[in-house]
Ligand binder design. Structure first.
Ligand code: SF4
Length: 361
């Protein structure tokens, strides 16, 4: 198998077309991967259900987030919003509150929008095909492939970070994986490697699981790997060199928020109607034209997308009266409000009355 699989190595664009001709080789690849998955794959709740809603939920939650973090959120979410109709009818604040702590809130908003679209459709359920799924809000190529194959048993490909790591190592792909052209080639490779529809869910799950458990970014467990015999990166002895990723530039930003107190309560404002902070409550930005500023209560760093943000909370008071949009909340009352993580952390300082400035995170 090893010798034949080497022919699958991507040398130039278009080379992937040869893959489909290696039928015997692919069968062996599928068989070894599936046997390993049956033996070593984790018993996860979304693998035990055929409910497309629960499977779609897990796919949204697992983007950028580890399984161990997702598990309690997944169970709680299904208790709060057991199906598309229940989620569609829920107010945005309740949805964001249930997602609070998982981060990347766009996923929660997208899943909510998806529920509203599904609940309003004549079928009241997700379509089974990749094309039908892609036409819905919030579903990109990965999620469409995952739902189509895992929930509906369709022959649909997917690539995520784990799968890309496995592919680049097995096939020795030493080019930057971020480019559009390389992404298209990786998708073509995923499609070329697909088994028949009946085996597709296991194949896709096994590839992702291999990347999560064995073919990890650091110290991959090549000795336990079901495809080690055919892996180019292992042959070269340099698995950690793959995948090649261009350097991300991180931008620094500063954010100053106003902690305005009245009888143990703090002025909180709703987020804007649209965008990343829509639906949240937060402390207001410090506005020198409308506020008198005092000393810093706490400051810390947090990361969001490509930004590293220095957040500073200052004591402040209004120069004139309080504005219309907003309300006074005690730190305890804020518990019931959806708040972005950095503002929730600032609330923690107020709750503890820890007025010492944190040096850095
Ligand atoms: S042999 Fe090692 S590097 Fe290659 S796919 Fe397996 S775990 Fe990854």
């Amino acid at each position: 198998m090893a010798k034949r699989l080497k022919r699958l190595k991507i040398q130039k664009p278009g080379g992937e077309a040869r893959i489909e001709k290696n039928v015997l080789l692919l069968r062996a690849f599928h068989r070894d991967l599936a046997a390993w998955f049956a033996r070593a794959g984790r018993d996860l709740p979304w693998r035990r259900t055929g409910d497309p809603y629960a499977i779609a939920l897990s796919e949204f939650m697992l983007q950028q987030t580890q399984v161990v973090t997702v598990l309690p959120y997944y169970h709680r979410w299904l208790r709060l919003f057991p199906d598309w109709a229940a989620l569609a009818a829920a107010p945005t604040e309740a949805v964001l509150k249930a997602w609070e702590g998982l981060g990347y809130y766009t996923r929660a908003r997208n899943f909510h929008r998806l529920a509203q679209a599904v609940a309003a459709s004549p079928e009241g359920e997700l379509p089974a095909t990749v094309e039908g799924l892609r036409a819905l809000p919030g579903i990109g190529p990965y999620t469409a492939g995952a739902i189509a194959s895992l929930a509906f048993g369709q022959r649909a490909a997917l690539i995520d970070g784990n799968v890309i790591r496995v592919f680049t190592r097995v096939f020795g792909i030493g080019e930057d994986v971020a480019g559009k052209e390389m992404q298209a080639r990786l998708w073509a490779l995923a499609e070329g490697l697909l088994p028949g529809a009946a085996a597709c869910a296991v194949h896709n799950s096994a590839l992702m699981e291999l990347g999560a458990l064995i073919c990890t970014p650091r110290n991959p467990g090549c000795l336990l790997c079901p495809v080690a015999a055919v892996c180019e990166a292992r042959r070269l002895g340099t698995p950690e060199r793959f995948p090649v990723k261009g350097k991300k530039t991180v931008e620094r930003r500063e954010e100053e928020i106003a902690l305005i107190e009245k009888k143990g309560r703090y002025w909180c404002v709703p987020g804007p109607a649209r965008g990343r902070l829509a639906g949240f409550w937060r402390f207001p930005d410090f506005d020198a034209a409308a506020m008198r500023g005092g000393g810093a209560v706490a400051e810390f760093d947090y990361s969001i997308t490509r930004y590293r943000v220095r957040m500073r909370g200052r004591r402040a008071s209004f120069l004139k009266g309080e504005p219309e949009a907003g309300r006074w909340c005690s730190p305890e009352e804020m518990e019931a409000l959806p708040m972005p993580s950095a503002h929730r952390k600032m609330r923690g300082y107020l709750l503890e009355k820890n007025w010492e400035k944190e040096k850095a995170v």
